[in-house]
Write a protein that binds this ligand. Structure first.
Ligand SMILES: NC(=O)c1ccc[n+]([C@@H]2O[C@H](COP(=O)([O-])OP(=O)(O)OC[C@H]3O[C@@H](n4cnc5c(N)ncnc54)[C@H](OP(=O)(O)O)[C@@H]3O)[C@@H](O)[C@H]2O)c1
Length: 289
């Protein structure tokens, strides 16, 4: 096993402990971007053999069905990803304590689970990364918040950032800001879907067909996001530019402001961040029980 003294992941062995949608998104990103060959990746779960067969068939990754065992894949891995649901995490992580060595890098995407809790479950000697990706990672357009324990080396940081760049963009944040990341980009896609749903409903009320309404709204959201990225201008500046005095856009924006649009979004983002904290505390309590 390597000591992770390199910044290229192509020769490393990666093990995904949990073989669900987020594990698949990350593995697919790495394979599609040709950062690593599929045979270097193993994906494990507790019971769903059909799922493992599907992942092997689609990507060529290793699973226990290809003849290894969870334990051997785990021991031989340079990087172990913890990718199970929060409710399964404590038991799953405690079960691998005896296989994990200080040379390995642990990357957790489990929402709410702190680095300290993972260190506690693993015995404290391992380098741990905590990542909050989002659902758009599945199409390579994710936004991930990344936090490191003090045992993570500069090389391991580069590797982590290369891995998550393959499924989108990254922001490295202090762990205390992971709740904020959850409120913004973790839950964020659903806020945008909600906005789109409302736009589509209004378009249909105005007489457009469901299909035309959807096409127009999807392209409007895509185009607006791309305008911000492409021009580098602030959203507020772009908004001002498209708002003619006494025009249609101004009429709509005034109605939104009267109905506290910005304040509602602020409160929603804060509430999501607060809820992330509550869920994290519940996980910590369950570990200490
Ligand atoms: N999906 C997202 O957009 C997203 C975004 C941010 C963060 N996350 C985080 O990513 C994590 C995974 O989410 P997901 O959506 O990928 O979940 P998922 O699709 O339900 O997959 C969970 C996987 O974990 C396996 N598993 C459960 N307990 C296990 C154990 N004890 N040992 C080994 N494998 C076990 C499950 O298979 P078996 O039941 O067969 O064991 C399944 O393959 C969650 O903690 C979530 O908070 C997800």
């Amino acid at each position: 096993m390597s000591q992770l003294t390199q910044t290229n992941i192509s020769t490393l062995k990666l093990c995904f402990f949990g073989a669900g949608s987020m594990a698949e998104a990350i593995a697919r990103g790495l394979i599609n971007k040709e950062l690593i060959q599929a045979k270097q990746i193993s994906m494990l779960n507790r019971q769903n053999a059909e799922r493992l067969a599907e992942l092997h068939g689609q990507y060529g990754v290793q699973t226990i069905l290809q003849g290894g065992a969870n334990e051997s894949y785990m021991r031989n891995a340079d990087i172990i990803f913890l990718v199970m649901k929060p409710k399964d995490a404590a038991e799953a992580i405690a079960s691998i304590k005896s296989f994990v060595s200080p040379n390995q890098l642990i990357i957790s995407v489990i929402a709410g689970l702190s680095i300290r809790a993972i260190e506690q479950l693993l015995g404290g000697q391992t380098a741990v990364v905590r990542v909050m990706p989002n659902t758009s990672s599945t199409i390579g357009l994710g936004a991930s918040g990344i936090s490191y324990s003090d045992k993570v080396t500069p090389q391991q940081r580069l590797l982590t950032e290369a891995i998550f760049s393959s499924v989108g963009i990254n922001a490295v944040v202090d762990e205390s800001l992971q709740q904020a990341v959850t409120g913004v980009s973790g839950s964020g896609p659903a806020y945008v879907y909600y906005f789109m749903e409302s736009m589509i409903e209004a378009a249909v009320q105005l007489g457009l067909t469901e299909s035309a309404a959807k096409d127009l709204v999807v392209q409007t959201v895509l185009g607006a996001a791309e305008m911000v990225r492409h021009t580098g201008e602030e959203p507020a500046e772009l908004r001002r530019k498209v708002t003619s005095p006494n025009g249609t856009t101004q009429a709509a924006l005034e109605l939104m402001a009267e109905n506290r649009f910005a304040e509602t979004i602020h409160k929603a983002v804060h509430r999501s961040a607060e809820r992330a904290g509550e869920l994290g505390e519940a996980i910590e309590r369950s570990i200490n029980e």
